[in-house]
Design a protein around this ligand. Structure first.
Ligand code: PLP
Length: 418
C-alpha cells in the first residue's frame, strides 16, 4: 500500500499573516472562538433558536424587515447562485450591468440558469450613472436586474439608491451582490427597494468564507414560492408540485426557506460552525453599531489612501465611487509587482492582492476591512510597503520613506480624533 509510505502530516499550523488584500481577511478573534463552540443536533432547540436569532441579526445588518433572511451554506458564490437560479426562469430576460469581474460572474450564472442575458458595460474603474441604468431597464424590460454593489476587482462601489424604484417601475426585480461592500459601505435593502441580496463573511463582516447571508423581499419570495417542489420522501400529499420548479436542489430557495422557517423541513444539514461564525459577525457589527462600523471603514480607507499617496503611488479608478474598504493602486512600471507582494508576505507576513483580467499585474489591491479596518493594521501595512518599495526604487526620487506614509495615515486618524 502506498499510504504506508506517506508520512503523516503534523497538525495544521498556518503562518501568522496580516491579510490586507481584497479578502479574505483575518476574522475577528471572537468569530474564530465561536467556531470552536460545541456542536448540537440539527433540530436541537438551541440550534433552531440560534438560527432564528441569526435571522434577526441579519435583518438588522441588511437593514430590512424581510422575513426571508437566511444563510446559504457555501461561499458568497453559493448565495449568488441560489438567488439567481431561484428567481430566474429559463428564457427570462436578465439585465447585468458589468463594471468588473463580478458583473461577468453574475452574467455567467444567469446564463447557466438559462436566462436571456443582456449586458451593458462601462470601463473598469467606473460605475454606471443612474440614467444609463434607467435607460437600459426601460429598453431591455428584464425580469431581473443583477447588479454588483462593490466590485472587488476594480474596487468601485455602484450607487444603488433609486435603482430599486426604477426596476419596480418596469416590473423588474433587483438582485444585488453585496459580498465585498456590505458593512463597509452603506447598504439599505428596504429603503433602496432591493428584492434580493447576498453577501459573504470574509470581507467587512470579519469572518471566514463559507456562509452567505441572503435576504429576499416579499415579491422575490412570491416568485420562489410560485416554483414549489418538496423532495420525495418528505413531501406531504398537499405539497404543490409545479412544473416550473427551481433547477437546483441545493440552491432551491423555496426548500431553504422551508428549512429555516416554521416547517423546519429537512434540506441540507446546516453548517453549524459557520452558523456560529455568521451569528458572531453580525452580533459584533451590531454591538459596535452600524454607523460606527461604516465610519471605521471609511476612516481606514482614507488613511490608507493618504499613506499610499505619500509613497508616491497613483490610485486606480474613480475615487469618488470607490469602496471604503479596498483601494487599487497602480504598480509603478519600474517596480516588479509580484516581487513586492512576495517580499511583503515573506519578510513582513502581510498579504496584499493584485487583480484580475485587464488589471492583473497592473494594480495592487489593498484592503482595510472587518477586523483589519484598524489603525495599527493600516500603519503596519504602509510601513512595510514603504520599506519594500524603497528596495526596488532607491534612486528614482519617487519613493518617499515609509515614515512619510505612516505620518500621512496617522494624520488622518489624528484628524478624526481616532
Ligand atoms: C463582489 C464579489 N462577488 C462574489 C465573490 C465570490 O465570493 P466567494 O469567493 O466567497 O464565492 C467575491 C469574492 O471575492 C466578490 O468580491
Amino acid at each position: 500500500m502506498t499510504t504506508a509510505a506517506t508520512p503523516l502530516p503534523g497538525p495544521i499550523d498556518p503562518p501568522t499573516r496580516l491579510l490586507m488584500g481584497p479578502g479574505p481577511i483575518n476574522p475577528y478573534p471572537s468569530v474564530l472562538r465561536s467556531m470552536s463552540a460545541p456542536l448540537v443536533g440539527q433540530y436541537d432547540p438551541f440550534m433552531t433558536a440560534t438560527m432564528a436569532e441569526t435571522q434577526a441579526l441579519y435583518r438588522a445588518v441588511w437593514r430590512t424587515d424581510n422575513d426571508a433572511t437566511v444563510l446559504v451554506d457555501g461561499t458568497s458564490r453559493a448565495g449568488i447562485e441560489a438567488a439567481l437560479v431561484s428567481l430566474i426562469r429559463p428564457g427570462d430576460r436578465v439585465l447585468v450591468p458589468v463594471f468588473g469581474r463580478f458583473g461577468h460572474l453574475l452574467a455567467e450564472i444567469a446564463e447557466r440558469a438559462l436566462a436571456e442575458v443582456h449586458t451593458i458595460e462601462v470601463p473598469w474603474g467606473q460605475v454606471f450613472p443612474t440614467s444609463v441604468l434607467a435607460e437600459a431597464v426601460a429598453r431591455v424590460r428584464p425580469v431581473v436586474v443583477a447588479l454588483v454593489q462593490g466590485d472587488t476587482s476594480t474596487t468601485m462601489n455602484q450607487p444603488l439608491d433609486g435603482i430599486g424604484e426604477i426596476c419596480a417601475r418596469h416590473g423588474a426585480m433587483l438582485y444585488t451582490d453585496a459580498t465585498a461592500s456590505l458593512c463597509g459601505n452603506p447598504f439599505e435593502a428596504d429603503a433602496w427597494g432591493v428584492d434580493a441580496a447576498t453577501a459573504g463573511l470574509q470581507k467587512c463582516l470579519g469572518g471566514p468564507s463559507g456562509s452567505s447571508p441572503l435576504t429576499l423581499s416579499e415579491r422575490a419570495v412570491e416568485v420562489v414560492r410560485s416554483r414549489p417542489r418538496v423532495e420525495a420522501g418528505i413531501r406531504e400529499d398537499d405539497d404543490p408540485l409545479g412544473a416550473e420548479f427551481i433547477r437546483s436542489n441545493y440552491f432551491d430557495l423555496g426548500m431553504i426557506l422551508d428549512y429555516w422557517g416554521p416547517r423546519r423541513l429537512n434540506h441540507h444539514t446546516e453548517a453549524t460552525s459557520m452558523l456560529y461564525a455568521a451569528r458572531e459577525c453580525a452580533r459584533l457589527h451590531l454591538a459596535e453599531g452600524h454607523e460606527a462600523v461604516l465610519a471605521r471603514h471609511r476612516l481606514a480607507g482614507e488613511a490608507m489612501l493618504a499613506g499610499v499617496r505619500a509613497l508616491g503611488l497613483e490610485t486606480f479608478g474613480d475615487l469618488g465611487h470607490r469602496m471604503h474598504n479596498v483601494l487599487a493602486v497602480h504598480i509603478p512600471s519600474e517596480v516588479p509587482g509580484d516581487a513586492v507582494r512576495t517580499e511583503l508576505l515573506e519578510d513582513f507576513g502581510i498579504e496584499i492582492g493584485t487583480s484580475f483580467g485587464p488589471l492583473h499585474g497592473r494594480v495592487w489591491r489593498i484592503g482595510t476591512m472587518g477586523f483589519n479596518a484598524r489603525r495599527d493594521a493600516v500603519l503596519t501595512t504602509l510601513a512595510a510597503l514603504g520599506a519594500v518599495l524603497a528596495r526596488h526604487r532607491p534612486h528614482d526620487g519617487l519613493a518617499a520613506p515609509a515614515s512619510e506614509a505612516v505620518a500621512a495615515a496617522t494624520a488622518v486618524y489624528d484628524g478624526a480624533g481616532a
